[in-house]
Ligand binder design. Structure first.
Ligand code: HSE
Length: 434
């Protein structure tokens, strides 16, 4: 019998307990042995959940949960400090842990994993990236024969919904954010989603697993989607691209290239076709080449699917008297390396540049002159419509060095014909594997 405790009965916690109740039969059939939800601790919860369990199973006092002898403690309260305390305490007590807490793992992951390693217990965190998509297992197990060459993903459903709706409904960023909040997709404080922070948490975790390192979210170059306008999405469409907020993980000259930013991707690419709240992650391995995983990246039941899968995995380890069969960070501790990260100035790719300029003759020549002086070659130019105050002027560059592009923009933004900050979107084009 595997005894389980759950801390937190919010959206994900409720989905998890309902899944464990609804699918108890198939879960136990698959396991070949029983489990029991021994204690659930939550300050607030839907009282109807009490009917699913024997009396006193749910408590508001987390101390009661820690008085039980638990094989697995599931942390679903989110946030950093309390969650970290509970997780470390559970590990200290000899319990394995399951968590969906990407903010915590992408900041204090190493400390938690090291403690688990010392205490010979497991930590499952499938739900921390991609909600219901089993991406952690794919990277750690399914693709373990490969050198991982890159991971690129839409790992934030809220941002993907906003970019999709802006284009479909021809609306501004602010109008679309408001609609997403009204529909409950975006939080009242949407910063984590729209500023790319949540994507950076997930990208740090994926980078760590891909390369056997411990990358923190703070090391991920992070830009959000606030500066994207409807017209950018429309121009991108005319040029044969989609704009997506991507988490990108690559290895470049022995350094980790880990970034979150809006990116233009060719419209025929799989990720470009994943719209709305969906997440999608493409992992490129040297042996398998590209595999893409698409699904719901958030929500009560999709996330619960991943949490219960971790619970089952760890239950099997406990039942068969093993632990850490799959290394927590995908590589055993002796192979975890400290790697430095790539400075975005050293990147080289194509760029989409949108300038706000006065609508008069000679403007393009002035801008082209600065770009030329920085060895940036123009691939195409679009200017649609006339404006009184300013008009958008859009350029696609050929391959250029980011350092040069940024220096050129700094000069261009000071020209008298330029009436606002220039927007830069990186064009992500993958070479064929080979
Ligand atoms: N807020 C996230 C999203 C889900 O919008 O995808 C939780 O990671």
């Amino acid at each position: 019998m595997i005894n389980i405790g759950i801390i937190g009965l919010g959206t994900v916690g409720s989905g998890t307990v309902k899944t464990l109740v609804k699918n108890k039969e198939i879960i136990e059939k698959r396991l070949g042995f029983p489990f029991m939800l021994k204690k659930i601790a939550s300050l607030e919860y839907d009282k109807a959940l009490e009917d699913l369990f024997p009396p006193n199973t749910i408590t508001q006092n987390t101390e009661e949960l820690f008085e039980e002898k638990l094989d697995i403690v599931v942390e679903l309260i989110g946030g950093i400090n309390k969650a970290k305390q509970y997780i470390l305490r559970a590990i200290e007590n000899g319990s394995s842990v399951v968590t969906a807490n990407k903010a915590l793992l992408s900041t204090y992951g190493f400390e938690i994993f090291k403690k688990a390693y010392e205490k010979k217990v497991d930590v499952g965190f499938e739900a921390s990236v991609g909600g219901g998509i089993p991406i952690i297992k794919a990277v750690k197990e399914g693709l373990c024969a490969n050198n991982i060459l890159s991971i690129e993903g839409i790992v934030n459903g809220t941002a993907n919904y906003i970019l999709t709706s802006m284009l479909e409904e021809e609306k501004t960023f602010q109008e679309t954010l408001k609609k997403a909040q009204d529909l409950g997709f975006a939080e009242k404080n949407p910063s984590l989603d729209i500023d790319g922070i949540d994507s950076a948490h997930k990208t740090a975790i994926l980078a760590s697993l891909a390369f056997g390192t411990v990358l923190t979210a703070q090391q991920v170059h992070t830009e959000g989607i606030k500066d994207i306008e409807y017209s950018d999405l429309e121009y991108a469409r005319r040029l044969g691209y989609k704009v997506k907020l991507l988490g990108i993980v690559k290895m470049k000259d022995g350094k980790v290239d880990a970034r979150v930013h809006p990116a233009m991707i060719k419209e025929m690419e799989t990720l470009a076709k994943v719209d709305g709240v969906y997440n999608a992650i493409t992992v490129r391995g040297d042996i398998v080449e590209d595999t893409t995983y698409i699904g719901q990246g958030a929500g009560s039941f999709p996330t619960a699917s991943s949490i219960v899968s971790d619970i089952m995995d760890i239950s099997r380890n406990i039942e068969y008297k093993t632990h850490l069969r799959t290394p927590l960070l995908s590589f055993p501790f002796q192979h975890i390396r400290k790697l430095s990260t790539v400075d975005t100035n050293s990147l080289s790719m194509k760029y989409y540049l949108r300038f706000r300029v006065v609508d008069s003759g000679g403007v393009l020549a002035k801008i082209a002159n600065v770009l030329g002086n920085h060895e940036i070659s123009i691939k195409s130019v679009i200017q649609l419509g006339h404006g009184r105050e300013w008009v958008p002027l859009v350029l696609m560059t050929h391959q250029a060095r980011e350092k040069d592009v940024k220096e050129a923009i700094e000069i261009i933004d000071k020209l008298d014909v330029v009436k606002g900050k220039t927007l830069l979107i990186r064009v992500e084009e993958n070479e064929d594997v080979g």
